[in-house]
Design a protein around this ligand. Structure first.
Ligand SMILES: NC(=O)c1ccc[n+]([C@@H]2O[C@H](COP(=O)([O-])OP(=O)(O)OC[C@H]3O[C@@H](n4cnc5c(N)ncnc54)[C@H](OP(=O)(O)O)[C@@H]3O)[C@@H](O)[C@H]2O)c1
Length: 442
């Protein structure tokens, strides 16, 4: 049988990994499919101006700087959009789908912002959209939710979805170095972009959670509907205190089905040391899913050319099967025939224990003033921890609170921010001592 012809737009990290696997694994791919995948055209803005090692992996592929040449080329059966962003990428995906070509994308931002609408427009005309690489890179979490555990009713999901921030947090924990130094190290190793904000401010994880909310819970969630907090304020001292409390700190993306709707949040949290998520270190990703049928856990490399390339190539293989009609996989990539309106539950109603790290100019009465602000909101202090040998003019210490509604904590913190002995804004992190509660204590 003749090969299915693939056009690749975007020759950066993911494009390079994809093209390498398509060359190195060609024999295995053909054995699995019963026919080959041939790269017939490649595109990037600079491919005709600069030497591209990625393009040279497939010397017979036509090179172009104009993506229209790929999506409109009758000699391209399947298109991979590996460009990123929501501008040109959206036009590439929509034009290719309108031309009746299956599309594979790694673009979480595009899918979170516009994916369900793009799918709604093109599915009735037999569109095919693969997006496994968009969430957790090489870990097939979307396929697991869409197919593997489709029979379960998902009640909660907790993920470490951003490898860069996980690398930074675990390096701060391991080396005791400050955030800025570890960020530079992450940038020099190629884990973090020159502009790291999408990773360290939680926006990348938030886009992924929006996609997971569609797959796991059938709701159309826009990223901006999800409360987000990044990791820039986490310091070495927070790991020392978290350790004394039997916890560590991870950037968690959390989703939980509540009687009134869906609770979604992305932010750093204290995670019990004996939970499986605490063992996820470096640039690894993980996702724990709780359904009424049981728990499942997924773990692996969440980014990088090779792991992400595997996800893209696997999708290209499914797309090629759809072209050959050897397996008609025309299901929505969001796992639901249609998505319902998002019913948000405010994170302010979340009940849990909190970790609060203060930096104060020490003087008598500091603890009593803080405790009285919490007491006024009906919140009790559980423990106070203080490491020795700190400057009394910038003394860090920690309070943990008994389970309380976040709205009561927010009200107390509004009052506390007025106190003149604070050196900076208190850091408040939720505590997730076990995963069994999926993130809530109510
Ligand atoms: N990096 C990862 O580990 C990873 C993991 C999972 C998902 N993703 C997703 O995968 C996608 C690609 O990421 P990446 O890291 O590979 O990006 P990247 O290294 O910045 O590469 C982007 C590529 O797209 C090309 N490009 C940009 N605009 C274009 C246009 N208008 N027409 C043609 N080509 C264009 C660029 O070409 P020029 O250089 O010539 O401009 C470059 O080759 C993103 O959606 C990202 O979120 C990445």
């Amino acid at each position: 049988m003749s090969s299915v012809r693939v056009g690749i737009v975007g020759l950066g990290n993911v494009g390079r990994g994809t093209l390498r696997l398509l060359r190195d694994n060609a024999r295995e791919i053909e054995a699995k499919l019963g026919f080959g995948l041939r790269v017939s055209a490649v595109c990037s803005r600079s491919v005709l101006r600069r030497r591209s090692a990625a393009a040279e992996l497939h010397p017979t592929a036509r090179k172009t700087a104009d993506w229209q040449d790929i999506v409109r080329d009758p000699r391209v059966d399947v298109v991979a959009e590996l460009v990123g962003g929501t501008g040109a990428a959206r036009r590439i995906v929509e034009t290719a789908l309108a031309a009746g070509k299956p599309v594979v994308t790694a673009n979480k931002e595009l899918l979170a912002e516009h994916g369900p609408e793009i799918w709604a427009r093109h599915s009735s005309r037999g569109g095919w959209l693969g997006c496994e690489a968009a969430v957790c890179g090489g870990i097939p979490v979307l396929k697991a939710l869409r197919e593997g555990i489709a029979g379960d009713r998902i009640d909660a999901l907790v993920g470490i979805l951003n490898g860069t921030s996980n690398f930074i947090l675990t390096e701060i924990e391991r080396t005791g170095s400050p955030f800025g130094d570890v960020l530079e190290e992450a940038q020099s190793r190629g884990y973090a972009e020159a502009d790291p904000s999408a990773d360290v401010d939680g926006h990348d994880a938030r886009s992924k959670l929006a996609i997971l909310a569609a797959l796991g819970f059938g709701e159309r969630v826009l990223p901006e509907q999800i409360a987000v907090e990044g990791i820039r304020r986490i310091r070495n001292i927070d790991f020392a205190y978290a350790g004394r409390l039997g916890h560590t700190i991870r950037l968690l993306a959390r989703a939980r089905r509540e009687p009134g709707g869906l609770r979604l949040a992305v932010g750093p949290a204290l995670v019990g040391k004996n939970t499986i998520l605490a063992g996820v270190t470096g640039s690894y990703n993980a996702m724990w899913v709780q359904g009424n049928g049981g728990d499942t856990f997924y773990y692996g490399k969440g980014a990088g050319p090779a792991p992400t390339g595997v996800a893209v190539v696997s999708d290209l293989m499914s797309a090629a099967r759809s072209v050959r009609e050897t397996a008609a996989e025309f299901a929505s990539p969001f796992g639901h025939a249609s998505l319902a309106q998002h019913s948000p539950v405010s994170s302010e109603s979340e009940v849990r224990q909190f970790y609060l790290r203060f930096r104060v100019r020490d003087r008598p009465g500091v603890l009593a003033s803080l405790a009285s602000k919490f007491a006024a909101q009906g919140v009790s202090v559980d423990a106070v921890l203080q490491e020795p040998h700190f400057d009394k003019n910038d003394l860090p210490f920690v309070m943990t609170l008994e389970p309380a509604e976040r709205s009561a904590l927010s009200a107390a913190l509004r009052e506390i921010r007025e106190l003149d002995f604070l050196v900076d804004d208190p850091l408040a992190l939720p505590m997730v001592p076990t995963l069994a509660d999926g993130g809530d204590l109510r």
